[in-house]
Design a protein around this ligand. Structure first.
Ligand code: NAG
Ligand code: NAG
Ligand code: NAG
Ligand code: NAG
Ligand code: NAG
Ligand code: NAG
Ligand code: NAG
Length: 499
């Protein structure tokens, strides 16, 4: 047997050595994570990891712009997740996230490094996000634009080979160009904003592969006209307080003025696509985000203010389409799956809900037929499994077709507007199916549930994050409690890093 025997003194020495080593190590790691001033640029070889102290801050700053107004760093999301984010420091509000639909873990194995590409990776889970570039440095501009730059010949300013402004998340800040290849996506993934050939519009995704337009602003072409074939339009938030659309010239083809139009505002301007589907503009007044613009000003005109099978009545708020049900925030009945078509025997797998005095909130953007009677309108929907419902106008004969799971309708006093809605039947339809189909559908619905759960997880994360961080919940101007906690906590951290 081989053994090592230590004398008492040797043992004491070893213990002391160990203590010294551990202390040195702790001090070192603390120095690296907590007290290093924020960098002004990242060069090749840069590496950062999230610090692991449990008392932590919600934001760990890494790179700052020269004014200190903006910071790139690790943003903690729902305790365990990590987003690489550009923050507006005074408000702790994230303006950009690297990969909003797929976040990394807040874990010691997660790394941010710059090797020509700015990379976040977590070898333990195989997570990788990268700018896929071959640059020389990373800088954060005083506009909040994060850039990867490459050196060119001496005497020339470096070229920009990647910038966060080209990959907006849900926010557009002033002077950020928004082109027809970009979209803003609300943090819950439901709503998007895009440019068309001569307009900008908001879309809802209630069903895979289907985008329903619910709001549109067409260029008024007062200062310049849109010339066909002269290329796509782009848009930009201007510091004089408007959102402008341009085609080729410097003269805008449209101007959408904000409240601060032509007023001198010192603070940052931005527009954000919120989780309720509204596009809102804000400016930073030095202490809070002041509402400066909203595309949709009437709550009941929002795409789904009362959730699935809800009814929004101007002046009296949310109730349920099914008036036997009591309204709870989030909806009245489950929105249902992707389609009634996948159910096999569609005819037997839903029940029908009828309600008079209802209208679609954005019917001008919905498809319709003209039928001579309500029965014909409903009959069309009954036979078509991709139809979820209809709203019939008994005066004009317009038959609006809803081809996505039923959302919120608008309550009107006009009883000649009649709604017909399919409600997925959970039990009977499935029982009637043959075993073979049943198994197939079982597997399918298993997959759907799984996707649903993942989706729900993502949504929860975002919802939580929004709840925690949002100036979005500014309806009434009250920030929920956790926001304050977080706000002050992350602010403290930022101050700490600035030391
Ligand atoms: C932050 O930006 C504003 C303009 O948006 C500027 O007036 C202010 O000086 C900046 N803050 C700092 C610390 O530079
Ligand atoms: C940087 O790291 C990424 C991820 O490990 C790798 O795919 C890429 O090839 C590296 N780039 C360079 C220039 O080394
Ligand atoms: C931001 O940077 C630009 C160019 O580097 C400069 O002209 C401008 O004055 C800066 N703005 C602030 C608020 O520092
Ligand atoms: C936005 O576009 C304009 C002209 O199209 C260009 O001059 C400007 O540099 C662009 N800004 C950014 C931040 O890319
Ligand atoms: C069923 O409804 C969808 C959506 O309204 C429509 O596109 C399709 O043409 C309809 N199919 C039939 C067979 O009428
Ligand atoms: C719809 O209009 C027709 C003819 O104008 C009328 O006979 C019918 O009663 C109306 N139905 C309802 C439910 O109002
Ligand atoms: C967020 O955190 C809570 C509590 O820590 C946890 O119960 C929940 O599952 C988390 N949600 C996600 C989406 O990770």
């Amino acid at each position: 047997m081989v053994g090592i025997v230590f004398s008492n003194t040797q043992l004491q020495f070893l213990v002391i050595l160990l203590v010294i080593l551990t202390n040195t190590w702790t001090t070192c790691s603390e120095a690296n994570t907590d007290h290093t001033p924020m960098q002004q640029e990242l060069v090749r070889g840069f590496l950062a990891i999230p610090h692991s102290k449990p008392t932590v801050s919600e934001f760990q700053g890494i790179l700052s712009d020269h004014t200190g107004n903006f910071s790139l760093g690790f943003l903690r999301v729902n305790q365990t997740q990590l987003a690489l984010a550009v923050l507006h420091v005074p408000s702790s509000e994230p303006l950009w996230l690297a990969n909003p639909t797929h976040l990394a873990r807040w874990s010691y194995s997660t790394q941010l490094y710059f090797n020509g590409s700015l990379v976040i990776s977590d070898p333990d889970t195989g997570y990788v996000w990268s700018t896929k570039t071959n640059g020389d440095r990373v800088v954060l501009l005083n506009s909040s634009n994060l850039q990867v730059q490459k050196n060119v010949d001496a005497g020339h300013s470096p070229s920009v080979i990647w910038q966060s402004f080209d990959f907006p998340t849900n926010t557009l800040v002033e002077n950020q160009n928004f082109t027809d290849s970009m979209s803003l996506i609300s943090s819950n993934g439901l709503y998007s904003m895009r440019l068309g050939s001569d307009f900008w519009a908001l879309y809802a995704k209630y069903k895979t592969d289907t985008d329903q337009m619910y709001w549109q602003h067409k260029a008024l072409e007062v200062k310049a006209e849109i010339v066909e074939g002269k290329g796509p339009i782009h848009a930009r938030v201007h510091s004089d307080g408007y959102l402008a659309m341009y085609q080729t010239s410097n003269l805008p083809v449209d101007i959408q003025p904000f409240n601060s139009f032509q007023r001198t505002i010192n603070g940052l301007l931005l527009v954000r696509l919120e989780t309720d589907g509204n596009l809102k503009g804000y400016y930073w007044d030095g202490s809070k985000w002041a509402l400066n613009y909203q595309a949709i000003s009437d709550t009941c005109e929002l795409p789904s203010p009362c959730g699935s099978y809800g009814l929004c009545t101007p002046g009296s708020g949310c109730s349920c389409l099914d008036n036997r049900k009591e309204y709870h925030s989030g909806g009245c009945l489950p929105a249902g799956n992707e389609d009634l078509c996948s159910e096999g025997i569609a005819k037997n797998s839903y029940q029908v809900l009828r309600r008079k005095g209802v209208e679609l909130p954005y019917k001008e953007w919905m498809g319709y037929l003209t039928t001579s009677s309500m029965e014909k309108c409903q009959g069309f929907c009954e036979r078509n499994c991709s139809c979820w419902g209809t709203v019939y106008n008994n005066v004009t004969g317009f038959c609006y077709i809803v081809d996505y799971p039923i959302q919120t309708l608008v309550g009107v006093s006009d009883e000649t507007k009649m709604g017909y809605f399919k409600v997925r039947d959970q039990g009977t339809g499935r029982k009637k199916m043959q075993v073979g189909i049943g198994v197939g559908v079982g597997v399918l619905s298993g997959a759907v549930i799984l996707i649903g759960l993942i989706g729900f997880g993502v949504y929860r994360t975002w919802k939580k994050r929004r709840g925690v961080k949002g100036f979005l919940e500014e309806e009434g101007g009250v920030s929920p409690g956790p926001y304050k906690d977080l706000g002050s906590a992350s602010f403290r951290t930022i101050e700490m890093y600035n030391k």
